[in-house]
Design a protein around this ligand. Sequence first.
Ligand SMILES: *[C@@H]1O[C@H](CO)[C@@H](O)[C@H](O)[C@H]1NC(C)=O
Ligand SMILES: *[C@@H]1O[C@H](CO)[C@@H](O)[C@H](O)[C@H]1NC(C)=O
Ligand SMILES: *[C@@H]1O[C@H](CO)[C@@H](O)[C@H](O)[C@H]1NC(C)=O
Length: 178
Amino acid sequence: MAAAALIVLLLAVAAPAFHSQTASAAGTAEKETHIKVYWQDVYSGPSPTAVVVAQAATTNTSKTSFGMVVVIDDPLTDGPDLNSSRIVGRAQGTYIGSGKDSLALLMNMNFVFTAGKYNGSNVAIMGRNSIMDDVREMSVIGGTGVFRWARGYAQARTHTFDLKTGDATVEYNVFIRH
Ligand SMILES: *[C@@H]1O[C@H](CO)[C@@H](O)[C@H](O)[C@H]1NC(C)=O
Ligand SMILES: *[C@@H]1O[C@H](CO)[C@@H](O)[C@H](O)[C@H]1NC(C)=O
Ligand SMILES: *[C@@H]1O[C@H](CO)[C@@H](O)[C@H](O)[C@H]1NC(C)=O
């Protein structure tokens, strides 16, 4: 009687664990997705998508923008020209001047897809963006929707940068395993 009860108890405890193990072992095969978008940082005009919300009190940091905080809701387009390309999503988040003696931003943003097969899904990107380098690599640290469990990396290349206005178009190639 005691032995039977013990077996029932063991099964009750073991069964859920066993079940969840098989579920993850039989989980869907991992995919690798490459997404290329153009990130449109707009300071100029009547409807900027990048706003400076904080700056360091000292002007001794202006060369590297150290201490500057920018909030963005930048269009992500399928081509480099913002006017004639399709908007496939938004880059929402912040970037922070985080290099005291070098020009390096800390990017912290979600790529929020609003069109096509990724509509409704997000990819979270965080990393160092040394903007004068030809290629900057950042981490993909997560995702939602079709990008659940995402990890990977993003490579950014400046397409155009307007020194006068600060407007920039940057090509992002994002490689995601999910
Ligand atoms: C800026 O800081 C450096 C040290 O980091 C100092 O030598 C220099 O005098 C400062 N310049 C100004 C204008 O305060
Ligand atoms: C896009 O349109 C704006 C406003 O109409 C204009 O000022 C800008 O020069 C255009 N940009 C390009 C690359 O054509
Ligand atoms: C994206 O998804 C939303 C919510 O489901 C929907 O309202 C919208 O029409 C979709 N956009 C496109 C371009 O498919």
